[in-house]
Design a protein around this ligand. Structure first.
Ligand SMILES: [Fe+2]
Ligand SMILES: [Fe+2]
Length: 213
């Protein structure tokens, strides 16, 4: 059996005949992320955990760094309740102070900030895979969840892609979801909306969390 352990650019890389595993150095662990959510997040918690599960799913699918991707997912709106959902304060001083509590590296802050790249104070562009995915997942997963809460089924796999697409045209439904950003999978990743919705369903189904409707 062939295997080796290598340190490169803040990553430990373990290679064997069967797998390649990456560990990023200096990253907050799961307990730290949970503690931060408990401390700063309330009504947004479920959204954070859903985006966590979905980002983790995609990282696994793409052979990317699962730990890093779920951190981007689970912390992307960590300041949202704390700033009382005031978009003009999102990912500014409070966000930096909160993430400093767990010594989050700058790289993580930059990648998270890219999920609102369209705001004037955000310099980070969605120009890497993890940034594109957080953009593709964020609004769309919120919309899918809003739709799922409305239907009687308790199984996310019962969500019909055609129904989601139809509901997206209904501007009065989940009006807080920016419809333009629900197409990020197509514009940023060149993945058809249908396929991306199916993946989000699978990610929620596969996650070991119970989603409270
Ligand atoms: Fe956000
Ligand atoms: Fe979000």
């Amino acid at each position: 059996m062939l295997y080796f352990l290598l340190y490169f650019n803040n990553y430990w890389i373990y290679y064997s005949n069967y797998s390649v595993t990456f560990w990023h150095m200096n990253l907050p662990n799961e307990q730290q992320a949970h503690d931060l959510i408990e401390k700063y997040s309330s009504s947004t918690q479920q959204h954070l955990y859903q985006v966590w599960a979905i980002m983790k799913y995609f990282a696994k699918k793409l052979w990317e760094d699962e730990h890093y991707w779920w951190l981007v997912g689970v912390l992307h709106d960590i300041d949202w309740d704390h700033i009382e959902k005031d978009g003009s304060k999102h990912m500014k001083e409070d966000f930096e102070k909160i993430l400093a509590e767990i010594d989050a590296p700058d790289e993580l802050l930059w990648d998270i900030r890219a999920h609102w790249f369209f705001l004037e104070w955000i310099e980070e562009e969605p120009d890497t895979l993890v940034r594109k995915y957080i953009n593709a997942v964020d609004e769309l997963s919120g919309f899918i969840w809003a739709y799922f809460r409305m239907i009687p089924s308790e199984d996310v796999m019962d969500i019909k892609v055609s129904s989601i697409k139809k509901k997206l045209k209904d501007k009065a439904f989940a009006a807080w979801v920016d419809r333009e950003h629900t197409k990020n999978c197509e514009t940023m990743l060149d993945i058809p909306l249908d396929a991306f919705i199916e993946d989000i369903k699978c990610a929620l189904k596969e996650s070991d969390r119970e989603w409270k409707k």
